[in-house]
Design a protein around this ligand. Structure first.
Ligand SMILES: [Zn+2]
Length: 287
């Protein structure tokens, strides 16, 4: 699943390419989108801006209309110049938004809908999202409250729950837990407020660093919203490194499956020991 910072970069790229320009072509290849577009056409509107909210990407058009997409595991937005060759097959296009000088193509996008701003605010899936780690007005107190509301959850699961915190995906989950020296199965109730606040600060720092590390501006051709490369693997402590030596202690990185979705989490059993005696200080070798 793309991480929040990937969606953030996607939205920024789309914004730079599309915002302030008239839509000259809109194509919807899903039944729901097509009928919504028939009722209330997108063509002829202006793109006002493109935002990331949690893992949702919102293309906002004049007249209070919003194209909401969620990329899940499979989807990607690419931006091309008109007439430029696409990197993926046209049969995989789900939605396309063209302005005079760019074409934004949503390939394999599993979730795409056209909704009014009003409906999105009232009963859209964004209403229940937790505080967005990449938002300028990120609210750590509310994030802490929402984590505490999941007291019997392993922290490794709670960090992926977008209703607690919006923005963390599978890669950063492992990295954050490792940096903070916390075993993935540690229950939220076993951690004190200071530790949870450090986890939040680390999560925000990692996501923000990765956003600012990417180049600003729209390259001539930007097929840029690749879904696999979240951060260069060379810069990861544990994710994808099963059996390799921990950069902190030299022990072997382990892998476990966690939660209902049984998604993999990587960790160092030595730097991130299981704790069963209540809150205590985490090892600090990596801070
Ligand atoms: Zn270690």
């Amino acid at each position: 699943m793309p991480e929040g910072d990937t969606i953030f970069r996607t939205a920024r790229t789309l914004h730079l390419a599309l915002a302030g320009k008239p839509v000259v072509r809109f194509e919807a290849r899903t039944a729901g989108l097509a009928s919504a577009n028939d009722d209330d056409p997108v063509e002829g509107r202006r793109v006002e801006r493109v935002d990331a909210v949690g893992k949702h990407c919102l293309v906002r058009f004049s007249g209070e209309l919003v194209l909401r997409t969620h990329l899940r595991m499979s989807g990607a937005w690419h931006v091309y110049r008109p007439g430029e060759r696409w990197q993926l097959s046209a049969s995989r296009v789900r939605v396309l938004v063209a302005v005079p000088d760019f074409v934004a193509v949503g390939f394999d996008v599993p979730v795409a809908e056209l909704v009014s701003e009003d409906r999105l605010a009232r009963d859209g899936p964004l209403r229940h999202l937790g505080p967005d780690l990449l938002a300028a007005d990120f609210d750590p107190d509310e994030a802490l409250r929402r984590l505490r509301a999941r007291s019997r959850w392993p922290l490794g699961e709670a960090l992926l729950d977008q209703h607690a915190l919006a923005g963390i995906g599978n890669v950063y989950r492992s990295e954050i837990l490792h940096i903070e020296g916390i075993h993935p199965e540690t229950l939220v109730s076993e951690l004190d407020d200071g530790t949870l606040r450090r986890v939040l600060a680390t999560a925000r720092r990692l996501l923000l660093a990765n956003v600012s590390a990417s180049r600003a501006g729209v390259p001539r051709s930007y097929a840029g919203v690749r879904r696999t490369t979240v951060v260069p693997s060379a810069s990861l402590f544990v994710y994808g490194r099963r059996g390799e030596p921990c950069l902190g202690c030299g022990g072997a990185i382990a892998l476990r499956r966690l939660g209902r979705d049984a998604r993999v989490v990587f960790f160092c059993p030595r730097c991130q020991p299981e704790r069963r005696e209540g809150p205590s200080e985490a090892p600090s070798s990596l801070r």
